[in-house]
Design a protein around this ligand. Structure first.
Ligand SMILES: *Cc1c(COP(=O)(O)O)cnc(C)c1O
Length: 217
């Protein structure tokens, strides 16, 4: 099916309370523009270089999200324009985001990536690490970043029980933190294969690539 058909089917089925991030990694500017021309404004990329290159040439009202693992030395390339960083997984990275944001006199919105999958390869912090970070003096002094929520990536499995357990774990933690941190509004979880289950378990931001643009090679 076409990108526009996929998008309109999705938009018809999603509640307004769920924000759709179109994951455009590896996709061409032309494909992105097809989504754009059908009203999509929020796009996610997982590589700094690709994100910057696309931001450079595509319409300026696109909201670009960084969804992939971010290295400290690359923050400077996206700090001036990125709308949301989904993948903060350590305080040193957050400090660097703050430092770059200050240069532009901006506040950069960030999500903390929490490790919910059992696989070794997935990035993210543990619950304890998140709490310790938020309680630290170092964190409290960062004035140019705002932690607006949490992000998680579930295990690479079709097992609905495992997925449900991982999503509901993050949802519970999100609700707990929201009580003490009023800026925590976003729960980013769910990809093409598991977004329905993620929404059932509290997600209000889904990151979809292949179900919009077709499979990546
Ligand atoms: C690629 C990617 C997605 C989208 O994956 P699909 O299965 O194509 O929907 C979502 N989140 C992150 C972090 C990704 O890297």
């Amino acid at each position: 099916m076409s990108i526009s058909k996929n998008l309109s089917n999705l938009n018809n089925s999603l509640e307004d309370s769920v924000k759709l991030v179109a994951v455009s990694k590896t996709k061409s500017n032309q494909q992105i523009m097809e989504a754009y021309n059908n009203g999509q404004r929020v796009f996610g990329e997982n590589k700094v270089q690709e994100l910057s290159a696309k931001h450079e040439v595509l319409p300026k009202d696109i909201e670009w999200h960084m969804i992939g693992h971010l290295q400290r030395n690359k923050v400077k390339y996206i700090a001036g324009f990125v709308k949301l960083i989904h993948s903060v997984d350590n305080i040193k990275l957050l400090k660097e985001i703050n430092r770059q944001a200050l240069k532009y006199n901006l506040t950069i919105n960030c999500l903390i990536q929490v490790k919910i999958a059992s696989e070794e390869t997935k990035f993210g912090m543990s619950k304890e690490e998140v709490k310790n970070m938020l309680d630290s003096q170092v964190f409290k002094e960062l004035k140019n970043v705002s932690i607006v929520g949490l992000m998680g990536m579930a295990s690479f499995t079709n097992n609905q029980e495992i997925l449900k357990k991982e999503f509901s774990f993050l949802n519970t933690f999100f609700k707990e933190l929201s009580k003490s941190y009023s800026t925590m509004k976003i729960l980013s979880m769910g990809m093409s294969d598991d977004y329905k289950l993620a929404i059932e378990n509290g997600s209000n931001m889904i990151r979809l690539g292949s179900s919009i643009f077709g499979s990546r090679n």
